[in-house]
Design a binder for this molecule. Sequence first.
Ligand code: DX5
Ligand code: ZN
Length: 232
Amino acid sequence: MTNPRVKQLFEAAPAILPSLLQCDFGNLEREVRRLEDDGCQGLHLDVMDGVFVPNISYGMPIVDAIRKLTDLPLDVHLMIQDPGKYAQAFSDAGADLLTFHVEAVDEIAPVIDNVRSLNMGTGLVLNPGTAIDAVTPFLDQIDVVLVMSVDAGFGGQAFNPVAIDKLKALRAIKPDLILEIDGGVNLETIGSCREAGADLFVVGSAIFRSSDYAAALERLRAEVQRHDPHSS
Ligand code: DX5
Ligand code: ZN
């Protein structure tokens, strides 16, 4: 991986990535600054098109605005139809890691090649109903598998434990693969995600519904550490 910010993000693992979906967009700079001050090592940006998922969030202009506010690695989660068509635009907007859903494309390999050629980290995403077989043929061509523990589309949904089995299975197949988990990750669920092998933890509600982000992040980090599979 030659993208320096992606390298930096992977070296920070295990790391919590705030999902900005529920942040205060009227005060974006203040939100980003707060997360930086609270020691976050990357930001997770959810792009939804109202076609692949039944919700619309934001696109390139917000990624670009956040890029101008911070040097933190930007992890852009595309929940859109035809992600390859927009890879260049998200690269131009400042994405470092670009993940797209296997359910959204017919031919996965050319989209991976496209994202890689733009020097972004590349990740495949699996909704809860999609088996890991959809990504296993590509594990040597990608940097991350993002396992969804809710159906992509909305923040604030309940964690689906099917994700735990997928994390364990992927970890067993490729011990050095970076595994990311997204959806319903909170104080109750984050420990089992860490035990199952997750490296990057996307968290929305459990940070942004709290008035004290720093305290919420500290509690989540402590829980990750308590469940570290590498410590006895
Ligand atoms: C859901 C998004 C998530 C979402 C997570 O489609 O991919 O990143 O913001 O939010 P919580 O942590 O509330 O499930
Ligand atoms: Zn996401």
